[in-house]
Design a protein around this ligand. Structure first.
Ligand SMILES: [Zn+2]
Length: 426
């Protein structure tokens, strides 16, 4: 690896330590060790490496790598593996270091408006077991969290894991979240406010808990394991009963101002349009969400009647009708593309992200909208930005929320916050 990368890792390390110690210059050996562990774990996050590669990429000395790896092996977080095709000059296989993915796991819970998904996810982000249920609204937070606890215990049994090996639980919550205080401040679609989710789950499961905004967690999941690996700026756009976005900027989750909201649902896309519950008019959320699109399908005669809230087959029907050349469905597809494009144009002109990821309803409809968006958008943004626009459906599809919640837990309890420039070094 080039020397420049080694020095950039060190620069980040010092600024990180200075921030952590509020300007104090003394760096305790414990903090250095903890940082070194994090560097090596982050390098191993996407695959195994030899000790020599770990030293070259991290800038740590070979002796430091040997010591830290020994400590991580003792903790059961990494192990030695024999790579298939590497032989030393003496013909003996060299040894690589890999995450002990089977040894530990995290739990994940994605709590959306009327949908709950939980899972057991190993340290390499593989789903060992999961469950998804729709729940009727309105629902009390305690009822839904009780249900999540029952489901989490059951998926651990299904996965055949030992609960004592759980490293923590990540919760992706709909609406505004205070990640520091670990509170779901407000979810308009669920009608909840000030739900102390972390306290609740810690008490019920006796496990460390981290809570984050569900779409921000989805963006983190795509960034670490999905469509956005190695990229520094990603916007995840999620539409279901509401519209939300999660931003990765400079390789880390963007947490914004007081509430860290990225409320793209309230971008105005219809001047003088319908009244929105935010107090404005013509917001994206008033013209694009699953309720509105279902209603338009009934109005246009694409669906004979309103489907039940837990009947999700209408998105498949919509895709089939568009692909079959049904003019009513194509006209509705064009409406959707026009509104979504209006919002994405604003995002592109403001942030120029390397990648826009489509989740939720946009993922379900992606077979018939992604190419249209890719065709429509470039002609409407600054010429210099056109070539850099990438729009992809979520890599994890309907599991994006659960993988996102697991990613937040893995970040908090295993890998630590992303170290800038490390992703570039890989
Ligand atoms: Zn609004």
């Amino acid at each position: 690896m080039p020397a420049a990368i080694d020095s950039s890792v060190r620069v980040t390390y010092f600024s990180y330590m200075q921030n952590k110690s509020n300007g104090a210059s003394h760096l305790s050996s414990m903090a250095v060790r903890s940082h070194n562990r994090r560097v090596l774990l982050q390098l191993l996050r996407t695959g195994d490496l030899s000790r020599r590669e770990l030293a070259q990429t991290s800038g740590l000395s070979p002796a430091a790598v040997t010591n830290v790896v020994a400590e991580l092996i003792d903790d059961g977080l990494v192990l030695d593996v024999a790579p298939e095709s590497r032989l030393t000059k003496l013909g003996r296989p060299s040894t690589n270091v890999a995450l002990a993915a089977d040894e530990h796991f995290v739990l994940a819970a994605q709590i959306g408006a009327g949908v709950l998904q939980v899972g057991v996810i190993d340290m390499a982000s593989h789903v060992l077991a999961s469950e998804l249920v729709d729940f009727p609204l309105p629902a009390e937070p305690e009822e839904v969290m009780d249900l999540a606890v029952v489901m989490l215990k059951r998926v651990m049994e299904t996965a055949g894991v030992n609960p004592s090996k759980a490293l923590g639980l990540g919760v992706g919550a709909a609406g505004l979240v205070d990640a520091e205080a670990r509170i779901n401040l407000n979810s308009q679609n669920l009608g909840w406010s000030n739900v102390h989710m972390a306290d609740y789950f810690e008490h019920a499961l006796d496990i460390d808990v981290v809570v984050d905004h569900n779409v921000r967690a989805m963006a983190a999941g795509e960034s670490r394991y999905g469509a956005g690996q190695g990229l520094e700026s990603i916007v995840f756009v999620y539409i279901r009963s509401g519209v939300g976005a999660g931003l990765i900027l400079g390789g880390s989750e963007y947490r914004g101002g007081t509430h860290g909201a990225a409320e793209i649902g309230h971008m105005r896309v219809v001047p003088g349009g319908e009244h929105c519950n935010c107090g404005g008019h013509g917001c994206l959320e008033t013209v694009i969400n699953d309720r509105v699109i279902r209603a338009r399908m009934v109005e246009l005669g694409i669906l004979a009647s309103h489907p039940a809230p837990d009947d999700h087959s209408w998105t498949t029907i919509f895709v089939e009708r568009v692909e079959a050349g049904d003019e009513r469905a194509i006209a509705l597809r064009d409406e959707i593309v026009q509104y979504v494009a209006s919002a994405l144009l604003n995002i592109i002109n403001l942030l120029n992200p390397q990648l826009i990821v489509l989740g939720g309803l946009l993922f379900d409809l992606s077979p018939v909208i992604v190419d249209e968006l890719r065709r429509t958008i470039p002609g409407q943004v600054l010429p210099l930005l056109r070539d850099s626009i990438r729009i992809e459906p979520s890599h994890f599809g309907s599991d994006a929320g659960m993988i996102g919640a697991a990613t937040v837990a893995l970040d908090r309890f295993v890998f630590g916050p992303p170290i800038l420039n490390l992703a570039r070094a890989l």
